[in-house]
Ligand binder design. Structure first.
Ligand SMILES: [Zn+2]
Length: 88
């Protein structure tokens, strides 16, 4: 899935990532890209890696828009510009 860009603000959709837990401070040895490393402070002793394949992105949650707010702003602007839904 290619990255989508919001039709209103132009923001790119988020990376499609997954997470794995390894032993505490044990390095990740897979072939995905580590985009985030987290060492929780309390409880279980593990290291959590957020992984990305280098090319996959999520779909925008609201079709062509990143947020409901962007879809609404775009619709308001369309109405101000004279667009109206045609009724049949
Ligand atoms: Zn947007």
């Amino acid at each position: 899935m290619n990255q989508q860009f919001c039709a209103n603000c132009g923001k790119g959709s988020a990376k499609a990532v997954s997470t794995v837990s390894c032993g505490h401070k044990q390095p990740y040895d897979g072939n995905l890209i580590v985009v985030r490393t987290r060492h929780p402070w309390f409880g279980e002793q593990y290291t959590e890696y957020t992984l990305w394949d280098g090319e996959s992105y999520q779909h925008n949650q609201y079709g062509a828009f990143c947020t409901r707010r962007c879809a609404c702003d775009f619709a308001q602007a369309a109405v101000r510009a004279g667009y109206a839904r045609t009724s049949s």
